[in-house]
Design a protein around this ligand. Structure first.
Ligand SMILES: [Zn+2]
Length: 435
């Protein structure tokens, strides 16, 4: 990133949008996309990037990551996590507040935003976290991209399981509420039943919480986002609510699309996350109902191997560096179209969170572009990962499609296995308040 070019022409790439797949040029001017079209003329002094044979995606947006800073830097921090993002083709990540300390007030939000601004190599936004008694204070945190509300307990201390606490947040918070929808009473009820995470947190836990969140969103006409949907039952509830005009959106994760409960038996603690891996039938229901899903989210949640192999393994798996190759492999296998993949990974999350200038390859938008070789075949795990935890639940899986270059606001920030951006290049996203 030493030479700052005013113009960059990405030439002859196959540009993918939610509507089209088209061989065309993209002209970058400074931080912005200036033009998109075939055979664009080359401004004097422009750098030309030959993209023939490559797919050109809008820089991917991951609306659900855990970057562990502050408090968990031994497993990830803003630099290592955002390097993993760029290596996976993501140019924007929205980070969850269950850090130590958690982001629950003005002071923790300001301090964590400053950390991210000095250390991130990709663009970022931060969630605020709901607690039993911060409904008034958190409602004033305008710099957060949304409020994360844990209806059931997971990693960290954030939890608002009782109705009074949930109602207080729906009454006060002015923006989007993203829920971890597992019902705490159901989680407690099933906790001692069975030996796998899937048995201890059966689909009923999720469906109960989703139903309750939808009722609250409808009652308060409040913007709701359901994180990591894992079952057909949840999707049916959400589809029905959308049809009735409830302002709700939802996301799915790659691990819930590409792994099943059988994999948990094989992977042990490395296949454990909340909500857990599900049956083949539920995985098929997710694939069959992707049109009812608004975005893909990795729920990148790194833990060290030592922690994972301890007597009390924490829930969560990393995902930033494997999501796009898995999706492209699904495209190759005919399970997904390229436009659908782009809708789920850029236009979709940009729309859900109202991210200004993000998510589209169009004039006036940030020049965030991910260039991919769709034919490169490789095995996950054959080269080291940028995530500090250093492992993947998909290790050994053969995939087709490799990230070659990434541009973020006009700068080449990743190329051929190397992160070129320096810590501090990442910038906080701007949210449209009219969403
Ligand atoms: Zn999460």
């Amino acid at each position: 990133m030493n030479n700052v070019e005013k113009h960059v022409l990405i030439r002859n790439g196959t540009v993918v949008t939610p509507e089209t797949v088209e061989r065309t040029d993209v002209l970058i001017e400074g931080e912005t996309i200036a033009a998109v079209g075939p055979a664009l003329s080359v401004p004097a002094g422009a750098r030309i990037v030959e993209a023939s044979g490559l797919l050109v995606f809008p820089g991917l947006i991951d609306p659900h990551v855990h970057l562990r800073e502050p408090g968990g830097e031994h497993k990830e921090d803003f630099t290592s996590g955002t390097c993993a993002a760029l290596a996976g083709g993501f140019t924007t990540v929205l980070a969850m507040p269950n850090t130590q300390p958690p982001i629950t007030d003005q002071e923790t939000l300001a301090r964590t935003l400053a950390l991210a601004a000095s250390k991130a190599v990709c663009d970022f936004g931060l969630f605020a976290g709901a607690t039993a008694d911060n409904a008034t204070e958190v409602a004033g945190l305008g710099e957060a991209v949304g409020l994360k509300l844990y209806m059931g307990s997971s990693t960290g201390s954030l939890l608002v399981a009782d109705l009074a606490g949930q109602v207080a947040h729906f009454e006060h918070y002015p923006g989007l509420i993203a829920v971890h929808a597992e019902d705490e009473e159901a989680v407690a009820h099933f906790a001692e039943q069975g030996t796998t995470q899937g048995q201890r947190r059966p689909p009923l836990c999720a469906a109960l919480a989703v139903a309750r969140a939808l009722v609250l969103a409808n009652h308060f006409q409040h913007r709701l986002h359901i994180c990591h949907v894992t079952t057909g039952a949840e999707l049916a509830l959400i589809r029905d609510a959308k049809a009735r005009g409830v302002p709700v959106t939802c996301e799915v994760t790659p691990h819930h699309l590409f792994l099943t409960g059988t994999d948990e038996a094989r992977l042990g603690p490395l296949g454990r996350m909340n909500p857990p891996l599900r049956s083949r039938e539920d995985v098929e229901a997710l694939w069959a109902n992707l049109d009812g899903v608004d975005c893909l989210a990795t729920d990148h949640a790194p833990h060290t191997l030592e922690e994972k192999h301890s007597p009390t393994p924490p829930a969560g798996v990393p995902g930033l560096e494997t999501a796009l190759p898995l999706l492209l492999t699904a495209v190759h296998d005919g399970r997904l179209s390229l436009p659908e993949g782009v809708r789920l990974t850029s236009a979709g999350p940009a729309a859900v969170y109202g991210l200004l200038r993000k998510g589209h390859i169009a004039p006036g938008h940030d020049a965030d572009l991910t260039l991919v070789d769709p034919d490169a075949e490789w095995s996950i795990g054959e080269r080291s990962l940028f995530t500090r935890c250093g492992w993947s639940p998909f290790e050994g899986r053969k995939v087709k499609g490799r990230v070659e270059r990434v541009f973020l606001r006009g700068q080449e920030v990743y190329a051929h296995g190397e992160v070129l951006a320096r810590p501090g290049y990442g910038r906080a996203v701007v949210i449209s308040r009219s969403r």
